[in-house]
Write a protein that binds this ligand. Structure first.
Ligand code: FAD
Ligand code: SF4
Length: 330
């Protein structure tokens, strides 16, 4: 591992000023993924700025919804009473990710900014990776891409986004509050992550040195029911092969509101608005769910090794929709 300096700061403005004045400095939250990537030579930093002392760990019921400090740990958010009562989808996705030990260290901001699990990206022994080394090619296109994305891909990169929580947050219309050299601003979580396009190395809309300070999650309608279905290789800690976060509100036998987002199949947390529109006005049931799932996956562009994800995602979505309605799952 390349030597690096370490500093711990306890004021957000001081962190932003320090990052602006110190090229090569990177912030570290729980460190559960950044340190791995540095040890493997995938990421570099001349200096790590420890932000775990910032006063950004609060979890508060605010006017716009639940306000979660970016330094709150995954565990603290998942067990919070208000989260469990009013945002069970958030608790569910957090508990579906990583391990208890990791969740005790990992922060909400770090979770959203974790990088892909593409094995070529994470192993510098493979020279060709446009995300790690722009312009070098993509080893996954003709290589082992069973775990890669089928939605939102480009000819430069097909890496899947890894965060479970982010899938819930896009379904819930959450936003992130940011602080950078240009001051504070907010972004929808849906707009935080970029599609790979021609620049897969640029994964988010964050400006250099910009911090996530807070995540704000609107409270959904009380009548809606929510579920997260995650398909993975084993029940213990493992990333999603495919996942679906759904929320459905039914009145007088018809769907009157729907939220659908997919994980594991796309290059960013994937909101499926057309699938939501396809559900509204229909009676909940297998026909409506299958039609919505077809719409959600209509734009998929598989490679030979990951085409199975399309049918797996359809079935996962149908099951998740069945979970939140009275229909028996097919
Ligand atoms: C074995 C294992 C299994 C896992 N399984 C899952 C899983 O199933 N599902 C899942 O979703 N995740 C999973 N993870 C990923 C885990 O959730 C992340 O490692 C963790 O959430 C990252 O949070 P952190 O605070 O440790 O981030 P760090 O490692 O500290 O930072 C990650 C990145 O975010 C940046 N950063 C951190 N905080 C901020 C901030 N506030 N503002 C700006 N930049 C910031 C850092 O500079 C760095 O680039 C797994 C990880 C491991 C090691
Ligand atoms: S899929 Fe993306 S991250 Fe993986 S090797 Fe190709 S360019 Fe790199």
């Amino acid at each position: 591992m390349t030597p690096f300096a370490y500093v711990k700061l306890d004021d957000p403005d001081a962190v932003v000023a320090h990052l602006a004045a110190t090229p090569g400095a990177r912030v570290i939250g729980g460190g559960t993924t950044l340190l791995d990537l540095m040890k493997d030579g995938v990421e570099q930093a001349d200096e790590l700025v420890d932000i775990t002392g910032l006063p950004l760990t609060g979890i508060v019921e605010g006017e716009d919804g639940l306000e979660v400090g970016a330094l709150a740990t995954m565990s603290a958010v998942a067990r919070h009473q208000v989260v469990r009562a009013r945002l069970p989808l958030v608790a569910e996705t957090l508990l579906a990710g990583a391990t208890p030990q990791l969740r005790n260290m990992a922060t909400i901001g770090g979770n959203l900014l974790q990088r892909t699990r593409c094995w070529y990206f994470r192993d510098p022994g493979f020279a060709a990776c446009n995300k790690r080394s722009p312009g070098s090619g993509c080893s996954a296109l003709e290589g082992e891409h069973q775990r890669h994305a089928v939605l939102g891909t480009s000819d430069r990169c097909i890496a899947a986004h890894a965060s479970d929580l982010a899938v819930a947050l896009v379904a819930l219309d959450a936003r992130v509050d940011l602080l950078g050299a240009a001051g504070p601003r907010s972004l929808a979580v849906e707009a935080l992550h970029r599609l790979p396009g021609d620049t897969p190395e640029r994964e988010t809309e964050l400006a250099p040195g910009e911090l996530i300070t807070r995540v704000v999650v609107p409270f959904p309608a009380e009548a809606a029911r929510w579920a997260y279905r995650k398909v993975r290789d084993r029940a213990s800690f493992e990333f999603a092969v495919v996942s679906a976060a759904v929320g459905v509100e039914v009145a007088d036998g018809l769907v009157v509101g729907a939220r659908v987002a997919l994980g594991g199949v796309a290059t960013k947390p994937w909101r499926c608005r057309q699938a939501e529109a396809a559900l509204v006005g229909r009676a909940p049931g297998e026909d409506a769910f299958r039609a919505a799932a077809d719409v959600a996956l209509a734009g998929a562009r598989p490679r030979p090794g990951n085409a199975y994800k399309i049918e797996l995602a359809r079935c996962t979505l149908v099951r998740a929709l069945a979970d939140v309605t009275t229909e028996v799952a097919p």
